[in-house]
Design a protein around this ligand. Structure first.
Ligand code: F6R
Length: 621
């Protein structure tokens, strides 16, 4: 979602800001802009400074075209906007300026009381130019400005409710940025005689590795020399500088045409990284050091809730089933945005996992806070190191997928599922699971990266074969059904989500038996039905459901276990995946579904890595 970059130093800021914005493009946005503090006269700063604000609708490339190559100024802020309040127009793009155009503000998040603030400011004679909530900040800061930028921002934020990551430049203070965070991440980075600001450390990776994450309700004054952080209530704070992980630098496409394809093909490695040192064949168990739970504590847990959104929620569904099967621990997965507002009943022996690739999803953060407020223990299952969820949950594990840049999540899903399977094995061994069963499960799991690699070598890039045949059917469809049972119902949901978001093909997913309770009425002779039918205890039942849709003319695309010829015979297109124990099958059966979405999106000319209307990191609720 919206991105922020800032720079104060000795170099010309505009190229650095544009480069930072390019690195944030993967998060999803619809317009971009920057504000530079520039000398008023071409002869130098003798006549003082003003602001140059340039904004464009569309990609950063449009902004690059609009920014003069020799634009002066060594202090500036840049923004990518994902529209919330007000349409996608240049006027609504950030930065927003005050009436006299001496203060410029960029803002991520939502100002909840903006309507009343705006009405109040209008009564005082302020004329608004945009429809955004963010513009009120520029006018409020102007209202409170009496020469001290930090105090002006602090006073303005005191009357604001909502979430923000903001950065403000002042023409009167040409070597300073003031920034603050509340619910929307910000990180400052130290260079030599220069200081950087960003909403995502990716933007800083090529300039500095010495960073500090701001906490909620903190405000920072940024200068060339460094930064001063305080709380909004005035208390001074200092944070130790952290080293940015090296993996953040490797977010390049390499030889792949799209990040999504690259990330699909990275799964054997990302999965190995996730499993590394965590499955312990000697004991038949597993160890997730980040959870730091003794066997006695594990036995004391009465219920597990897994909270997440979108793909992460789907991984959570698999995790909840695995936890019940392997650990006989009552478990559920719930969409974080529902959980946070339904006033859930929580007791002190409940455990929650907050599952998130980005670690910045506003609804998941809200769910964590709700569970914590009610006395529940929450642990993170997160990909992005140092992200808000990772830091909000005192304990947790990283899934180690590495940077996931394509908006559609692929490798994070398989690593999330794997991390939850490892957790289920760990909990299982302290509860119900014997050493031999545990060892068999662990060894099966450790063998998945190799089976994935083999499958991707055969099908991942093939120009003919069942994936191509399936995509032919899918791209002509008015809509597509995805069916499965048990963990495969979660995989069906994930397959449908991928095809919707990347190829924009309407899809529905159902637990297979549910079809006959209504949705089967939609099936006609054109309808592709993707059925996920691994050779598990539900196979025969699901095949009966496949027969039901076949009898009504559906064109069946069947994902089945290698060697299951009887199942394959029921399909118009049959796609084998390697054998694995039932709970592990999602790691393999999701691969063809990821490729369906990628290839259908490609065939239909979609923007694969940045599908319309979507953002990689959903930082508003
Ligand atoms: C789908 C997708 C989204 C995310 C969801 C949660 O491909 O990427 O559905 O899974 O927005 O995001 P995280 O995992 O970052 O909390």
């Amino acid at each position: 979602m919206c991105g922020i970059v800032g720079y104060v130093g000795e170099r010309r800021a505009a190229p650095l800001l544009l480069d930072g914005l390019r690195r944030l493009e993967y998060r999803g946005y619809d317009s971009a802009g920057l504000a530079m503090v520039t000398p008023l006269s071409p002869d130098g700063p003798g006549k003082g400074y003003g602001l140059d604000v340039i904004r464009r609708v569309g990609f950063v490339a449009e902004l690059v075209k609009a920014v003069p190559e020799d634009l002066p100024g060594c202090t500036g802020v840049g923004h990518t906007r994902w529209a919330t309040h007000g349409g996608v127009t240049e006027i609504n793009a950030h930065p927003h300026v005050d009436a006299v155009e001496r203060i410029a503000v960029i803002h991520n998040g939502i100002i909840e009381n903006f309507a009343s603030l705006r009405a109040h400011l209008e009564e005082e004679g302020v004329e608004f130019r945009s429809e955004t909530d963010s513009e009120v900040l520029a006018h409020l800061i102007r209202k409170f400005y009496a020469g001290d930028p930090v105090e002006a921002v602090r006073s303005a934020l005191a009357v604001v409710t909502g979430t923000w990551g903001i950065a403000v430049v002042f023409a009167d203070h040409p070597e300073m940025i003031v920034a603050s965070r509340n619910g929307s991440p910000l990180v400052v980075g130290k260079g030599d005689g220069e200081t950087f600001l960003a909403s995502d450390p990716h933007a800083l990776a090529s300039y500095t590795r010495s960073i500090v994450y701001l906490e909620d309700r903190e405000i920072v004054k940024i200068t060339r020399e460094g930064w001063e952080i305080s709380r909004l209530d005035g208390r001074k704070v200092s944070h130790a500088i952290e080293e940015l992980g090296l993996e953040l630098g490797s977010s390049e496409k390499g030889t792949f045409p799209h990040f999504m394809l690259k990330e699909i093909h990275e799964q054997p490695e990302s999965l190995s990284r996730c499993l590394l040192g965590r499955v312990v064949p000697e004991t038949g168990g597993a160890k997730l050091g980040g959870f730091d739970l003794s066997p006695r504590e594990i036995v004391g847990i009465r219920r597990l809730g897994i909270l997440g959104c979108g793909t992460s929620f789907h991984a959570g569904l698999v995790g909840a089933l695995a936890m019940e099967q392997l650990a006989r621990l009552p478990a559920f997965a719930e969409i974080a945005s529902e959980f946070r507002y339904r006033n859930p009943v929580i007791s002190s022996d409940d455990l929650f996992f907050a599952i998130s690739q980005s670690g910045e999803t506003a609804d998941t953060i809200g769910a964590v806070q709700e569970a914590q407020t009610k006395g529940g223990r929450v642990m993170g299952v997160v990909n992005v190191v140092g992200s808000t969820i990772a830091r909000t949950c005192a304990r947790g594990v990283y899934v180690h997928s590495g940077p996931e840049i394509a908006v559609a999540s692929t490798k994070a899903f398989t690593s999330q599922v794997a991390a939850l399977l490892v957790a289920s094995l760990m909990f299982g061994r302290s509860r119900m699971l014997g050493p031999a069963e545990g060892r068999a499960f662990g060894e099966d799991l450790l063998g998945v990266p190799e089976r994935m690699r083999g499958w991707l070598e055969t099908y991942g890039m093939a120009h003919t074969g069942p994936i191509v045949d399936a995509v032919e059917l899918l791209i002509k469809a008015r809509f597509v059904f995805f069916l499965g049972r048990g963990v495969s119902a979660a995989v069906a949901m994930e397959g449908a989500l991928k095809l919707k978001e990347v190829a924009y093909i309407p899809c529905m997913s159902y637990p297979a038996a549910e079809m006959k309770h209504g949705p089967i009425a939609l099936i006609d002779k054109q309808t592709p039905v993707v059925a996920i039918v691994p050779d598990d205890v539900m196979r025969d039942k699901t095949l009966s459901n496949v027969q039901e849709v076949r009898a009504r003319g559906a064109r069946v695309i069947l994902i089945h276990t290698e060697g299951d010829h009887e199942a394959a015979r029921l399909a118009e297109v049959a796609i084998p995946v390697p054998r694995a124990s039932a709970l592990i099958t999602p790691l393999l059966s999701v691969l063809p579904l990821q490729l369906f979405a990628y290839r259908a999106g490609l065939a239909l000319g979609r923007d694969i890595d940045r599908p319309r209307n979507l953002a990689k990191s959903v930082t508003v609720e």
